[in-house]
Design a protein around this ligand. Structure first.
Ligand SMILES: [Zn+2]
Length: 437
């Protein structure tokens, strides 16, 4: 699916009708992209500091003063780089975010070297070409271009390339910056990864822009029992209690509903869809229960877009083949709509499990942020740009089921809008007029 993607950037004056930057600029973007891909920054075995240093060196060479470049992070190997391009200051800054770590890539799992940048048949190959080093390269290439052209924005543009999005954990760059260098990244809003483009039958059909995401809550279900010998069973059995509760959960679904973002999404999908669900997709936006049922049944992704979901993912219990179980436990993983609270989900689950021998406790951390507002000015800019690059292709707002670093920014009032940068021959990079938004 990640084949055709919008690389967001910022408008330089009036570029309507001009979709590609000059060859020299494209080559610079491509060179940076290649350099970043070939640095091994796997989040468990690699380091992000060499990426941060390579970027800082390019910025210095382009004339950015040392005072506008920050390199640092949670540990020496996990540095982030933050750079500020000064505008007139009449509006608050925009934060342009990308992460520099990548999912681990084993050479034996790949048909080519994952840390060699390769262009073939119109696609770029290499770990991080889609997630998320193209975006990092585009931000930096554009910033250098602005510098060379003397562009003056009405706001500061802050680029933050950060560590350990993939692994999360203690070295996550966005969390570290919020805690230790908040002033460096403070902005009115943020552009981040998380969206994608969709193709169907070789035709580009939408540029999906993520404006909201579900949040995750894990629950541990637990039944404890005094146990006994299996030769003398009793009705009160920990495994049976848990199995009964999970069976009730399996048969339960949270109510179907839409919010501002998902209504926008289904509205756009109704225009794109050519099959029998076309009219149902339109009816979903009008609140039709029957249409929502049919749409949810048609696709696991649409089902997850229309409701909070909770599903059993792990199970444990018993300690010997001939002993009555003293413990039976399960993990239930919930993906919660932004408008549903943790308390609501907990209450509903208790009612569904309907057994007071089954205890329910939240396991791990819950990171919940409000949805980003659907900014009309920003969305118009993205739509206009998308149409300039790919005439007739709509920009579609989406809520995703996974999570990005955007959730930490949402929580502190810097709403992220996301579009994942990736690869197409010629390193297309696009221009939005978000600076004037
Ligand atoms: Zn990513």
């Amino acid at each position: 699916m990640l084949r055709f993607l919008l690389l967001p950037s910022l408008l330089l004056g009036c570029l309507i009708g001009q979709t590609m930057p000059p060859e020299r600029e494209r080559q610079l973007a491509r060179d940076i992209y290649k350099e970043l891909i070939e640095i091994k920054s796997g989040y468990t075995t690699g380091a992000t500091t060499p990426v941060a240093e390579a970027v800082a060196a390019r910025l210095r060479a382009a004339g950015f003063p040392e005072t506008d470049i920050f390199v640092g992070g949670a540990i020496p190997a996990k540095a982030n780089v933050v750079v500020r391009y000064h505008g007139t200051g009449s509006k608050r800054p925009i934060l342009l975010l990308a992460h520099t770590d990548v999912v681990e890539a084993k050479r034996e799992d790949w048909s080519m070297d994952p840390f060699q940048f390769i262009e073939r048949d119109g696609y770029f190959y290499g770990r991080g070409t889609g997630d998320d080093k193209a975006q990092a390269a585009v931000w930096i290439a554009n910033l250098i271009r602005y510098k060379q052209e003397g562009f003056r924005s009405d706001r500061d543009l802050i680029v933050a390339l950060t560590a350990d999005e993939e692994g999360g954990g203690p070295y996550n760059g966005v969390q570290w910056l919020i805690k230790n260098k908040r002033d460096l990244i403070d902005a009115e809003f943020c552009l981040n990864e998380g969206g994608w483009g969709e193709m169907s039958g070789g035709r580009r059909i939408s540029n999906d822009v993520q404006v909201s995401e579900k949040y995750v809550v894990n629950f541990r279900l637990e039944v404890r029992n005094k146990g006994g010998h299996s030769s003398m069973p009793v009705d009160d059995n920990a495994i049976y209690h848990l199995a009964g509760a999970l069976d009730r959960l399996a048969k339960f679904s949270f109510p179907l509903k839409t919010n501002e973002v998902t209504r926008g999404y289904f509205q756009a999908m109704a225009k794109i869809e050519a099959g029998p669900l076309k009219s149902d997709l339109a009816k979903v936006t009008e609140g039709s229960r029957d249409a929502m049922e049919r749409v949810a049944r048609a696709s696991a992704a649409w089902n997850a877009t229309l409701r909070t979901t909770c599903v059993a993912t792990q199970i444990e219990g018993g300690h010997a083949k001939n002993a009555l179980p003293q413990l039976a436990a399960a993990n239930v993983n919930c993906r919660v709509l932004p408008e549903d609270s943790v308390e609501y989900v907990t209450d509903v689950l208790k009612k569904v499990l309907a057994d007071d021998q089954v205890s329910l406790a939240i396991s791990g951390e819950v990171s919940q942020g409000p949805p980003s507002p659907l900014r009309e000015d920003l969305f118009k800019a993205v739509s206009r740009l998308t149409d300039t690059l790919w005439p007739g292709v709509p920009a579609v707002p989406i809520m995703v089921m996974g999570a990005t670093d955007g959730l930490y920014l949402r929580a502190i009032g810097i709403p992220p809008t996301a579009s994942r940068a990736s690869s197409s021959t010629g390193m297309t990079y696009a221009f939005t007029d978000a600076t004037s938004a």
